[in-house]
Structures are given as C-alpha cells and as structure tokens.
Design a protein around this ligand. Structure first.
Ligand code: ATP
Ligand code: MG
Ligand code: FE
Length: 356
C-alpha cells in the first residue's frame, strides 16, 4: 500500500510517501519538508496569514516533489492523507483541499488525519511500538501525557494548565534575544551553560496528577535575565548560556517527574505500557531525551524517541497515520471540514470520521 501524506497545519509545508508492506510495517519512500521559518522569523513567531499564503504557493510543488523522490506516479497511490487539524485553519484548508482534489481525481480514499494522532503514531512507523503505550506529546502547541491504546483510542492522563513546552522554549528564546524558532537555539546555547546556576522552579513537582505548568518558570527566567542585563539591556553570551541551561534543566526535571506519575496512573487505569514514547518537536531535544532515558529505565520501560526529523512536523507521520487509519477501517468523506481545534482524547472512532 502506498500512501501520500500532506502536512500544512503550522509553518511547514510537507509531503511524503510511505509504503506499507504486507507485514504492516511502514517504509518512508520520500519525506519533503519546506519550512517557512525565514518568512516568520522577523515577527518572532508564526503569522497565520503569511503561513496560509506560503502553503498555497508551494503545496503543489512539494507534493509533486514527494512523488518524484519516491519514484512513483500519482496513479500508483492507494490513498491520500492530509492533516485535517488541529492547527492554523488557513493552512489546514490548503493541505486538506489539495488531498481532496487528488483523492477525487485518482478515485482513491481520503484520510483526514488528526495532526496530534500523527505525532502519536510516529513511533509505530520508526520502531513498530505495540499498543498500549505511554505517550509524552511535547510540541509547539501541545503538552500532554496520553495512554495510546489503539488507533483512535487515546486517554489523556495529564496536560499543561498554561503554555506548551515548545511554546515556553520559544518565549524564553525571544526574551533572551535568540532567533525563532527558539527550541533548537536554546538547546544549542545550553550546551555551553551551567544548568545549576539558577534554581528555577520545578512547577507542580510531586503532584498526584501528571499536569504541567510553564508560566511561573518562564517568569522566573525573565526576572533572572532582568537582573543580569547591562545598561543598554544586553546580556552576555555566558549569562544567556547559563539561563538556557538552567531553564532546560528545570523543564527536564519537571517532565521526568510528571512522566513518573503518569507511569503509575497508566498502570492503575490501563495495565502495563509497552514503552514510554516521546512525540512532537520538543522530542528533538537531546538533554530532555537523556533525562527521560533515566526515567524510563527506572520504570522498567523502553524509551522510544523518533529521530528529530520525524519529531518535528513532517508529511511521513501524516502518511503513516493515514495508513494506520485505513488499516483500522477508517476513511473520510470528501466534504470533511478542516478543524482549528481537534482534541485527541475524544475517545474512539469519532476521531477522523468527519461526523464530530
Ligand atoms: P503542534 O504539533 O502542537 O500543533 P507544532 O506542530 O508547531 O505544534 P512541532 O513542529 O511538533 O510543533 O514542534 C515545534 C516546537 O518544538 C517549537 O516550539 C520548537 O521550539 C520546539 N523544538 C524543536 N526543536 C527543539 C529542541 N531541540 N529543543 C526544544 N524544543 C524544540
Ligand atoms: Mg513547525
Ligand atoms: Fe506538530
């Protein structure tokens, strides 16, 4: 089975072809990602209108490139998948409409994939992880701990009560004068810094529910930075490095503690997980990965983190989630509407059925 996946929910225009063998294993034949980072950088964040226009301009080319790189013609596809949300609605509309047009012309099924479900299922493409597993979803817009029990079956264990972790990385980067997107830059600066210089708070540590909070931590970084600024408001590279390292250490500690609680809750509610899986752009952070490895080890679970290129937004995860949904018997009508909001824990079959 050959599935095309199109991703346009945020600031990446991406398309990929995934082949699924008789054994149900996926192989990525192509994975084209065109980021709009430079278009948004002057504004320090994603501008929805600019994003939508940029998607319109290149979605055709990116899709054609994905087919070419996979060495197949559109007629050989067995299905077309696109992210149907959640995300910036203008962008979602572009990718989903492109997929609808292709599905219509080719006479092949359409799958409108939940972008979060695609992040959630990526570890099954890369590592064939079996259900059920504990998922730490850490992206630009979401921070959740979920029990992934099957395709379309997600139970939320914990979530952030304010900012997403990726968003906090981006905001901390901005207040330290670092370029957008902030996550990779904070990680890079932290390499040269002292993570113990500032005793930033570990929000919600020890709480019985595995929820997250980032706003107090972000404020603590801002106040520490204000104390260090010179007369013209500047910060030394060494101070920036220490602030980044201390912030990152606080985030990693918080995540490790919350995951420990989530493992306990998972076992109470859903039995034994097969693994601790990380998904979403923040999963690209190597310092976080190192801390989570220790957490997983002490819980007696394997840690699965897809390679960074598959943690951040891409078309392969959409194609794979589309294939998983098809194999589970789901496809979508051509009049399915794009969704700005689309929570993942609305249990079971309603996800992607187009009838919510
Ligand atoms: P969502 O999936 O919630 O809709 P999104 O698609 O924008 O949001 P992703 O593309 O999955 O999010 O991830 C982007 C986020 O990941 C950004 O906030 C970025 O700063 C963060 N990020 C990327 N690389 C790293 C890193 N190495 N360390 C920390 N954060 C990172
Ligand atoms: Mg992005
Ligand atoms: Fe994402």
């Amino acid at each position: 089975m050959l599935v095309l996946g199109i991703e346009t929910t945020c600031d990446e225009t991406a398309a990929a072809v995934v082949r699924v063998g008789r054994d149900g294993r996926g192989t990525i034949l192509s994975n084209i990602v065109r980021t709009q980072v430079e278009d948004h950088a002057p504004y320090g964040g994603v501008v929805p209108e600019i994003a939508a226009r940029a998607h319109v301009e290149i979605v055709d080319r990116v899709t054609a490139e994905a087919l070419r790189a996979a060495g197949i013609g559109a007629g050989e596809l067995d299905a077309v998948a696109a992210a149907g949300g959640p995300g910036l609605i203008g962008g979602v509309l572009v990718g989903l409409t492109t997929a609808k047009a292709m599905a219509l012309v080719l006479g092949k099924p359409l799958v409108a994939v939940n972008h979060l479900e695609a992040h959630a299922l990526t570890a099954r493409l890369t590592d064939a992880v079996a259900f059920p597993y504990l998922l730490l979803l850490v992206s630009g817009g979401h921070t959740q701990l979920l029990a992934v029990r099957g395709v379309g079956h997600y139970a939320k264990l914990g979530t952030t009560i304010d900012d997403a972790i990726g968003e906090a990385f981006d905001k901390v980067a901005k207040l330290l004068g670092l370029p957008y997107p902030g996550g990779p830059e904070v990680e890079r600066r932290a390499l040269a810094g002292n993570g113990r210089r500032f005793a930033f708070p570990r929000p919600l540590q020890g709480r019985a529910e595995p929820d997250f909070s980032l706003s107090g931590l972000k404020t603590a970084v801002r106040l520490a930075a204000e104390d260090l600024r010179d007369a013209s408001g500047g910060l030394s590279a060494a101070d920036v490095a220490d602030l980044c390292a201390s912030f990152q250490a606080a985030v990693a500690d918080m995540v490790a503690d919350r995951c420990k609680v989530a493992v306990r809750l998972f076992r109470e509610r859903h039995g034994e997980p097969t693994a601790l899986v990380v998904a979403g752009g923040v999963g690209a952070n190597q310092a976080l990965k190192a801390v989570l490895q220790r957490t997983a080890d002490s819980a007696g679970l394997p840690l699965v983190v897809p390679p960074p290129k598959l943690c951040t937004d891409n078309g392969a995860m959409i194609a794979w989630a589309g294939a998983e949904r098809l194999m589970a018997g789901f496809s979508d009508p051509l009049d399915i509407a794009p969704r700005a909001r689309w929570p993942l824990d609305a249990d079971a079959v309603t996800i992607g059925s187009g009838r919510l």
